[in-house]
Write a protein that binds this ligand. Sequence first.
Ligand SMILES: Nc1nc2c(ncn2[C@@H]2O[C@H](COP(=O)(O)OP(=O)(O)OP(=O)(O)O)[C@@H](O)[C@H]2O)c(=O)[nH]1
Ligand SMILES: [Mg+2]
Length: 225
Amino acid sequence: MAEMESSLELSSSFSASSSLPPPRSRIFKIIVIGDSGVGKTCLTFRFCSGRFPSKTEATIGVDFREKIVEIDGEQIKIQLWDTAGQERFRKSMVQHYYRNVHAVVFVYDVTSLSSFQSLPTWIEECRQHSLGNEVPRIIVGNKCDMRDCVKVGTDVAQKFADVHGMPVFETSAKNPNDNDHVEAIFMTLAHKLKSQKPLMLSQLSGGDSTVQLKPEQKPAGVCWC
Ligand SMILES: Nc1nc2c(ncn2[C@@H]2O[C@H](COP(=O)(O)OP(=O)(O)OP(=O)(O)O)[C@@H](O)[C@H]2O)c(=O)[nH]1
Ligand SMILES: [Mg+2]
């Protein structure tokens, strides 16, 4: 009952100041995909809670993490879909991942060549779920704190990113000094989404509620490690 009262209170106090319901913040759904073990969970954890999780298990299905950010005075809710990298843990969820997506973060592990070589497969999976170049997408090379074990050079990553028309960022979910780099990566995406004027729903092909964002200018890739 207490819950009920508080929401009644809220609406009554709000009605005192204006008849309009409180403005809801816009929600941007960003999916984070890539091979198992590249650090998707740790990156989303780092962005949403500002720390590196001491222990992680392989994600089953999908985990959601949200963070409200303020951009030019507007509150925006960033909803990160931390997907499973292991095929056996993602099978039944793939359709849900790709519905109403606003942006995609492809993650590889700079110490794992195979995770980098998997990127075309992930990009193709996105395309098969009608997420092509019109949806803002970035590539993140994670674990660059492991300097001595790097198997994917920045130049190789930058070349790949240029071919696919996406910016690439190298960072580390683990290294606290990279905390603001992880933050900046997701905030770059949020700014891009906020600055895109979504097409009117009526202009969408197929009338589905996915907002097709206009193709954006590709910013130069940035490497922070
Ligand atoms: N050195 C280092 N290790 C990291 C970093 N990010 C993640 N790890 C480690 O990499 C392993 C996998 O990290 P997760 O975040 O669980 O990987 P994931 O991509 O979510 O894996 P799935 O859920 O199976 O898809 C864990 O042991 C993490 O501690 C990083 O930036 N640096
Ligand atoms: Mg995970």
